[in-house]
Write a protein that binds this ligand. Structure first.
Ligand code: NI
Ligand code: MN
Length: 226
């Protein structure tokens, strides 16, 4: 699978010719000024929760590309009110079948409301299973015992975990999370963007290494193969 990082928790994964865009907070990210949001293509946009640093540019990208937005029912309803035509409402549970594979909504210990104050339901993580491999995007979450359920649903090739602390897991908790989900390849997200979540990159990499795990910190705009 091809993974392109757009900064913060925004990334694109290409699976069997389908482009899945996650939490596209780009135009207001001070670290993503090199990314032209108007050039990003998507077939699907998956949104973990309603906070502005995740729903970000979802409305404008969905309108321009015609992508289908996959999100909890409350966010899907709000997107419809913003003029997004294609939405797929979901919640914790599933799995739901799409042409790229299946999506399961899993627990995220966090909060959720939309930028205009609208209630946004419960925050989600996603477990994506495909014939090219499986991965877990935790969204914004603290470490939770519920992560131990994930290996029962899917054998993961990689996980995308927040590591910035303050609002989510930090590096230490993300290492424990990778034990819980039984996946030693972690792409770190949700760090450095704001003052509250600045991290020491070298220490993060060393700590993962010492635990026998691999932490990948792609540059903004970088594409990697997984
Ligand atoms: Ni959040
Ligand atoms: Mn966030």
């Amino acid at each position: 699978m091809q993974f392109t990082y757009y900064g913060h928790s925004a990334f694109l994964i290409e699976i069997s010719g389908k482009k899945l865009l996650f939490d596209p907070f780009i135009s207001h990210n001070p670290l993503a000024t090199g990314i032209d949001v108007n050039k990003i293509e998507a077939d699907y946009i998956l949104i973990s929760h309603g906070h502005g640093d995740h729903i970000g540019d979802a409305v404008s990208i969905a309108k321009r590309t015609g992508a289908s937005c996959i999100a909890c029912a409350e966010i899907a309803g709000w997107l419809q009110k913003q003029g997004v035509e294609k939405t797929w409402p979901m919640n914790h549970g599933g799995p739901i079948s799409f042409d790229f594979g299946t999506v399961r909504g899993v627990n995220a210990i966090h909060s959720s409301s939309l930028p205009d104050g609208t209630y946004a339901g419960n925050p989600l993580g996603f477990v994506i299973s495909t014939n090219q491999g499986n991965f877990y995007f935790a969204g914004d979450t603290a470490l939770t015992m519920d992560m131990q359920l994930i290996p029962w649903w899917a054998s993961l090739n990689f996980s995308i975990l927040p590591i910035g602390g303050n609002f989510t897991m930090d590096v230490t908790d993300a290492i424990k999370a990778s034990d819980f989900v039984q996946c030693n390849t972690v792409i770190g997200v949700h760090y450095d963007t704001f003052g509250f979540i600045k991290i020491d990159h070298a220490k993060a990499l060393t700590d993962f290494n010492a635990a026998g795990k691999k932490l990948v910190l792609p540059k903004v705009g970088e594409t990697i193969l997984l």
